[in-house]
Design a protein around this ligand. Structure first.
Ligand code: F6R
Length: 366
């Protein structure tokens, strides 16, 4: 059931700290601060490229993971949405592996892309929630995300569990390839282990997000900006808002804005800026100042130190403060306010949050 929550989506957002700690426990040995994959069939030391695919939110989890595999495992990554990948003539080559991400394990396009990769000789892994699914059956190896049943049509806890699973796989890949030192592994594992507690800290401030969602409710269009690992999260924020509140939203890489979309900016288009205090922070904030100078009303998601460094408080619609987090892993934490912002905006608009129009939980048609 929904417990004391009004919607399954609210329940599934709120239970993330607990669910995520179970998911992490599947892949991490806390006492030693190391990652251990359950009998992986992918030999990361011997592959020379990795393909990642999925649809919707699952694809966006893959987009975050690309940064991780490249940076920690120095592995060339190819990523595309499954409905395109399956129609491309991908030259997988001899030493290829591919990861297919799907909550249901039944999405038709992702399943078809998985079959193609397997037929082309790639070693195929399924990052799935439903371990009795078609993808789990057909893959060479399964990486369960352990999110438990997800009822709300909009994916929330599956996304953060996909991220935790993919982070673990990427750390293991870096270890196998000798590109990640034991010290770096420990730092990342400690970072992962700290996420559930930090998430709980964020969830306490749910009311503040509700307050901020009043700025999105009247909007016709909303932009989300992020850089690096926060860029896919900008896409996820826009996707979540579109699907449950029916407000048109777009996610952009912060640096891409000036190449066109900045023409959309005026005081009626709220801009959600995702800016954890990482190596991109100053650049992202300078992009925020560019849009503020053009009359944009911004909503800043950052840490306390980030907010102090960003300045311009009086020019913001508002900011939401998150605890400091291991920068590479920030998407796991920043996903929470992104989900809550969409949720509260949808509730204010009175839409059917758990069953948005035209959408199905599992898309088994192409
Ligand atoms: C968005 C959402 C969808 C799914 C997509 C893939 O909130 O839920 O975008 O992520 O339909 O579904 P799975 O993961 O079952 O393959």
């Amino acid at each position: 059931g929904k417990g004391n929550h009004r919607h399954f989506m609210a329940k599934e957002i709120a239970e993330q700290p607990e669910i995520l700690s179970h998911a992490i426990a599947t892949y991490v040995r806390p006492a030693d601060e190391i990652v251990e994959l359950p009998a992986s069939t992918i030999d990361f030391a011997s592959i020379d490229r990795l393909t990642i695919s999925g649809c919707g939110t699952a694809y966006l989890a893959g987009l975050v993971a690309r940064y991780w595999f490249e940076s920690w495992a120095k592995l060339p990554v190819e990523i595309d949405i499954a409905s395109e990948l399956r129609y491309r003539d991908v030259p997988y080559g001899d030493n290829a592996a591919a990861l297919f991400i799907s909550q249901s394990g039944e999405t038709a396009d992702t399943l078809a892309a998985l079959r193609d990769a397997k037929a082309a000789g790639a070693v195929v892994g399924a990052v799935v929630n439903v371990t009795e699914s078609s993808m789990a059956r057909e893959a060479d190896g399964i990486f369960p995300i352990k999110a438990g049943p997800e009822i709300g049509v909009a994916s929330t806890k599956a996304f953060t569990c996909q991220l935790a699973t993919l982070a673990s796989i990427a750390i293991a890949a870096g270890k196998a390839r000798g590109t990640l030192t034991p010290t770096e592994e420990k730092r990342l594992v400690r970072g992962l282990l700290s996420i559930p507690r930090l998430m709980a800290d964020v969830l306490v401030h749910d009311e503040r997000i509700e307050e901020l969602s009043h700025h999105l409710q009247p909007a016709r269009d909303v932009l989300y900006l992020g850089r690096g690992v926060s860029f896919p999260l900008a896409l996820e924020g826009a996707l979540k808002l579109k699907e449950i509140s029916y407000i048109h939203a777009e996610g952009y890489a912060a640096g891409e804005l000036k190449h066109g979309p900045i023409a959309l900016i005026d005081e009626h288009v709220p801009v959600v800026v995702i800016a954890p205090l990482d190596k991109h922070f100053d650049k992202t904030v300078s992009n925020m100042h560019e849009v503020i100078a053009r009359g944009a009303k911004c909503l800043l998601l950052t840490s306390e130190e980030g907010a102090a460094r960003a300045g311009y408080e009086e020019d913001l619609l508002g900011s939401f403060i998150l605890p400091e987090v291991e920068p590479d892993l920030a998407p796991l934490l920043y996903a929470v306010p992104i989900q809550l912002l969409a949720y509260h905006t949808a509730v204010l608009k009175g839409t059917d949050v758990d069953q948005p129009r035209n959408l199905a939980k599992s898309v088994t048609v192409e």
